[in-house]
Ligand binder design. Structure first.
Ligand SMILES: *Cc1c(COP(=O)(O)O)cnc(C)c1O
Length: 484
């Protein structure tokens, strides 16, 4: 009797909630309205990009977003789209613009967005092979392609991450476990970097519990590359003190100056000393696609781990990094743990599953956003665009020097730096800070600055696929105007 009552009350409540629950699935007509609006927004953005300022100092009306709140009932679509246009797309840096020449520019290539869209609509579970063999094969194929680019042996593999920072974390954790840096050894296990090593390395070291390991900032050559002799001396001195050198981090394209460390010589040192050799190619790695650049990367194939950011040099939307390792067992040993609820998920390591090689379990099927643009365009266009970036940077370097600016070293890749030394005795840092401000106010280009050995420099980084010669001319035009 009682059981029937319970069933009846469940059925009654079910009838009450069902209409709202069913409404979460749009009708085809409703779907079309949403899709049309979003695609119209994207078209408007992309068609207007060339004319828009790349930077807006407007603070954005956060109040409107707050007032919109988290509604109980459906919000009006006009209102929602208006908030996106005004509050999200308006203020700050326009990273999709070809005028983005600051930091390390990203991409946002259109088929990448469509790959994301399909990944989300299908909601394919790309964590384990059992759930979506196709998704996992596709991601592993992309990773094996990166491994071949680097010159790794056949068994090499890795994982696609949300970016270079998480990719670095995976590498550092693998290094820690492979070299058995347990608690009692941490303070005796030095790590070798330079002042130009990306800060995500120090961050990963801290997160991996290695914060107490001695971090040695090895001296650099005048071209901001790690000085191999200085490295040898530092290692020798550490060994004399009874320490056991653990890991060497080289940069294949530093963020600040685009400098390439001497990868082959560093590989020799790492091998001779039994160090884990990590190469941070987050920014520079994509230039491996250019035959003429490959000799400059020689030695990268000897790395134990390499990080490459497809959301930089492969022009993808933000949210794609990659770590690859010569010996995948090393990342599997640190990340290949599983719970009993996954007992149906089949042979653990037949075709490796991303979940066994990464901190993530459920994850975005990010392979599709990488695969689709390569299929749509073919690699030749990517190579052309990357070569164009190198040439634009060299062109700028030559031209800015002939305008009388002091310039940094000949660019290794697509980053260069410059500053004006005022003849009237004005403080150079002050002058160049206001020069940078004038560049931003012009609106056509966005540059950023850095400080190296106490000296303020303006940087120019060319990596957005939408950056072409006109933007470089725009920078030169502003500079010429301002120094007059
Ligand atoms: C961008 C960058 C990183 C960090 O990568 P994210 O994708 O921003 O997390 C690491 N190293 C270098 C050299 C970089 O340029």
């Amino acid at each position: 009797m009682e059981s029937t009552d319970t069933t009846n009350s469940i059925l009654e409540r079910l009838a009450q909630v069902e209409p709202d629950a069913l409404a979460l699935e749009e009708t085809p007509e409703q779907r079309k309205i949403l899709t049309d609006r979003v695609f119209a927004f994207a078209d408007g953005l992309l068609d207007g990009l060339a004319q828009r300022p790349v930077w807006s100092g407007a603070p954005g009306a956060r109040d409107d977003l707050l007032a919109q709140g988290i509604p109980e009932e459906p919000a009006h679509l006009d209102k929602v789209m208006d908030l996106i246009v005004r509050e999200i797309d308006g203020p700050g840096l326009q990273p999709a613009s070809g005028g983005h020449l600051g930091y390390i520019p990203g991409g946002g290539i259109y088929p990448g967005a469509l790959g994301d869209y399909m990944a989300a609509v299908t909601n394919r579970y790309a964590g384990v092979h059992y759930a979506s063999p196709g998704a996992v094969h596709l991601e592993n194929m992309l990773l094996r392609w990166l491994c071949r680019l680097v010159g790794y042996p056949r068994q090499a593999l890795g994982t696609l991450t949300s970016g270079g920072s998480i990719a670095t974390l995976v590498a550092v954790v693998a290094a820690r476990d492979a070299k058995e840096i347990k608690a009692d050894r941490i303070t005796r296990s030095p790590i070798y970097v330079t002042d130009q090593t990306h800060h995500c390395v120090a961050k990963s070291i801290a997160i991996a519990g290695l914060g107490e390991a001695p971090l040695r900032k090895v001296a650099m050559t005048p071209r901001h590359r790690m000085d191999v002799d200085a490295l040898r001396r530092t290692i020798r001195s550490d060994c004399e003190q009874g320490l056991q050198p653990f890991m060497l981090v080289a940069s294949a394209g530093t963020t600040d100056t685009g400098a390439l460390d001497p990868l082959a010589e560093l590989a020799d040192v790492a091998q001779a000393e039994g160090l884990w050799y990590h190469v941070d190619a987050a920014y520079g790695g994509a230039f491996l696609l250019l035959d003429e650049m490959r000799p400059r990367f020689q030695g990268i194939e000897a790395a134990d781990s390499v990080v490459i950011d497809p959301h930089k040099g492969l022009f993808l939307p933000y949210g794609t990094g990659a770590v690859i390792v010569r010996e995948p067992d090393h990342i599997r040993a640190s990340h290949g743990l599983r719970g009993v609820y996954l007992q149906d998920a089949g042979d653990l390591f037949d075709e490796p599953s991303p979940a066994d090689l990464s901190p993530e379990l459920t994850r975005h099927f990010r392979g599709l956003r990488m695969w689709l643009p390569i299929q749509v365009h073919g690699l030749a266009r990517f190579r052309a665009a990357l070569e164009e970036k190198l040439l634009l940077c060299r062109l700028f370097h030559e031209r800015v020097r002939s305008l009388g600016f002091e310039v940094g070293p000949e660019p290794d890749l697509s980053v260069t730096m410059f500053r004006w030394i005022p003849r009237d005795g004005t403080d150079p840092a002050e002058f160049n800070r206001s020069l940078l401000q004038a560049i931003l106010e012009d609106g056509r280009v966005f540059l950023s600055s850095t400080t190296i050995d106490g000296v303020f420099w303006i940087r120019l980084a060319v990596l957005c696929f939408r950056t072409h010669r006109d933007r470089i001319e725009a920078v030169l035009e502003v500079l010429e105007r301002e120094i007059r």
